[in-house]
Design a protein around this ligand. Structure first.
Ligand code: IPE
Ligand code: IPE
Ligand code: MG
Length: 240
């Protein structure tokens, strides 16, 4: 196959899992793993931009993660606020357009203010769109989209729901990566991943480096996306 290995996904989504295990294996507190996770995200975003990926969407905190011990939850909120203050100037220089996706209304005033500012500062950037899903759940997203339509008295169709979803400003993910070895979606992009290629890595998120990203992209390039058609149809339409 000639050019298939050069196919880079336009939109990559990642369930960044395994921070806690990374820390526990080193006899460190779980929060040290989350801190290392921020480093890994910085590296991954840069690598995606260098490879020509247009959109990176990451799962940072799920609707269900509130059920963790209170000190881990408050540590994660604190980490988000601090990471924003520290990382945004460089992300801005690197041409990253930041979005926070999820039920942000229920976050603290301080965190919300930080999110808002980061989005406003980076709004004009075009090199890479980075969507950070925080207090996000796939079920929350579908329900909030349906609630918007109901409030406006609009009919519920696939198209109208799609347009009301939190990620309606980008195309659906081409490739969904989950690190940390678990083979589940854990309430991530339930609607948007209908036809995403799934890739599971045993690496823990802090250890997911450029080589691991390249392996995932190579696996993606070798897939045949059929969207319900037959293989023969797909091959015919991709011929030049
Ligand atoms: C993912 O890492 C980050 C969050 C869910 C916030 P985990 O904290 O779930 O790490 P493991 O799965 O316990 O190793
Ligand atoms: C998914 O990881 C959520 C994030 C990575 C933010 P979890 O660690 O919360 O998922 P489960 O509980 O193992 O399914
Ligand atoms: Mg986990």
């Amino acid at each position: 196959m000639s050019s298939s290995s050069s196919v880079v996904p336009h939109h990559i989504a990642i369930v960044m899992d395994g921070n806690g295990r990374w820390a526990t294996r080193r006899l460190l507190p779980r929060l040290a793993g989350h801190r290392q996770g921020v480093e890994s995200l910085r590296r991954c975003a840069r690598a995606c931009a260098e490879r020509g990926v247009g959109v990176l969407t990451v799962f940072a905190f799920s609707s269900e993660n509130w059920n963790r011990p209170a000190d881990e939850v408050s540590g994660l909120m604190d980490l988000l606020a601090k990471a924003l203050a520290r990382e945004v100037p460089q992300l801005h220089k690197d041409g990253v357009q930041l979005h926070f996706v999820g039920d942000t209304a229920s976050l603290s005033e301080k965190v919300r203010e930080g999110l808002h500012q980061a989005e406003a500062v980076t709004a004009g950037n075009t090199r890479l769109i980075l969507n950070v899903c925080f207090n996000y759940g796939g079920r929350w997203d579908i329900a909030q989209a349906a609630a918007q339509l109901a409030a406006r008295g609009e009919a519920i169709t696939e198209l109208s729901l799609d347009r009301a979803m939190a990620l309606s400003f980008v195309a659906d993910p081409d490739l969904l990566i989950r690190t940390g070895g678990e083979m589940r979606i854990s309430n991530f992009l339930l609607w948007q991943c209908a036809y995403s290629e799934l890739y599971f890595s045993d690496r823990l998120w802090p250890e997911f480096d450029e080589a691991a990203l390249d392996e995932a992209i190579a696996a993606y390039a070798a897939r045949e996306r059929r969207f319900g058609k037959t293989s023969a149809q797909v091959q015919k339409s991709s011929r030049v």
